[in-house]
Design a protein around this ligand. Structure first.
Ligand code: MRU
Length: 364
């Protein structure tokens, strides 16, 4: 996507040296656009852990390049496996992390040692490129949902989204935002309600920023406003992304997604989940029992970060002394609350049957 006329991806190999990795530091957005250089696996681990990069597909791509950095330093099998095990611990919920590392290890195990560094960069690049293509396809498959509303209502559709599942959360295009960008680019006037997404405000900071750079009309709302807007017919469609989807169609996504799904069901608003196949964990069925939910630092709930009137980035405390906070980062929306999934192969019901219809090679 473009930032002020320049095309960017969220991660790329530095063209000057051909091996170090460049990322956009998302902890500085929307206030500053800062590009970081990663030269060691540990820096890739920290970038994921501290959320300089975040969003399930981008976490996967960063881990893949983190392993390429490891292969460059020491391509021995046990060293590769240690690096992958370490990277896998950076964050627990996004399935793309495990998926990308398994794919990298598979390629490296089948490659002679002296060719592993080159193979690792090639595989990481393939993971990144495929992510872009899959998200583009999700955009096309989601477009008819928005176009149908525009056609039926003869007015701009209002789409609500939660967290950031835009291009910043992937290598490019985004998942939930891909149909929105595609509709906008196809000339469909639409408007996006952006949940601020406490505690880290990925909606207010990142989704609003990237929609604004692309010229998509949007309005940021407090997380608690969505139900009210749905009751009053002000939301035509909800589209969110996912960090992990089970083979039965249960969806883990940013905390608060489940409440939006409940409100959408109550008001009869379609609730769609846009997801590349790299986010589907075919090994598990019951999302509530089986998806590991990341517990983050309570300080993220107890404080908020923003820009002061003087222009510096400041963090301020919200709680009275002595109050505790707790910070589960994701929740699970059970499949029956999901109207359907938008994948790179098309749309399906959020169910085992729906998913295996699109991905017959995963039938068991
Ligand atoms: O904690 P984050 O910011 O990594 O959470 C991101 C989300 O919940 C996204 O909705 C999800 O990863 C889908 S990204 C295309």
């Amino acid at each position: 996507m473009r930032i002020d006329g320049t095309s960017y991806r969220t991660i790329w190999v530095d063209p000057e040296d051909g091996w170090s990795i460049r990322i956009i530091d998302q902890t500085r957005l929307p206030w500053r656009l800062e590009i970081l250089r990663l030269t060691e696996t540990e820096q890739a681990f920290k970038a994921i852990r501290t959320m300089q990069v975040r969003g399930a597909p981008l976490i996967g791509a960063t881990a893949a390049y983190g392993l390429a950095l490891a292969a460059r330093q020491d391509p021995a099998t046990d060293s590769m496996e240690r690096a992958a095990a370490h990277l896998a611990e950076a964050r627990p919920t996004a399935f793309n992390l495990t998926w990308a590392l398994q794919r990298m290890l598979q390629r490296l195990r089948n490659t002679p040692r002296n060719e592993r560094a080159e193979a690792a960069y090639a595989e990481a690049a393939a993971i990144a490129d495929e992510d872009v293509e899959q998200n583009k396809a999700i955009g096309w498959h989601g477009l008819p949902l928005i176009a149908a509303i525009a056609e039926a209502n003869r007015r701009s559709p209002n789409v609500l989204t939660h967290c950031n599942a835009g291009w910043l959360a992937t290598v490019d295009w985004g998942t939930a935002l891909a149909p929105i960008y595609r509709a906008h680019d196809e000339g469909i006037a639409l408007h996006v309600w952006v949940d601020e997404t406490r505690p880290r405000n990925q909606g207010a900071s990142l989704t609003a920023w990237e929609l604004g750079r692309h010229g998509v009309p949007h309005t940021v709302i407090a997380d608690n406003a969505g139900g009210h807007l749905m009751q009053h017919g002000m939301v035509d469609l909800v589209i969110v992304g996912a960090d992990r989807v089970t083979r039965n169609g249960d969806v883990a996504n940013k905390i608060g997604t489940y409440l939006k799904a409940l409100a959408a069901r109550e008001s009869g608003v379609p609730f769609w989940v846009a997801v590349p196949s790299s986010t589907i964990d075919w090994e598990i069925a019951d999302g509530i029992k089986e998806i590991p939910i990341e517990e983050r630092d309570a300080g993220e709930v107890a404080s908020i970060t923003g820009r002061s009137a003087e222009g510096s980035i400041v963090r301020v405390c919200l709680l009275p002394d002595g109050s505790n906070a707790v910070n589960p980062a994701f929740d699970v929306t059970p499949a029956p609350l999901v109207s359907g999934l938008i994948t790179e192969r098309g749309r399906s019901a959020a169910s085992r049957e729906g998913l295996t219809c699109l991905f017959p090679e995963q039938a068991r």
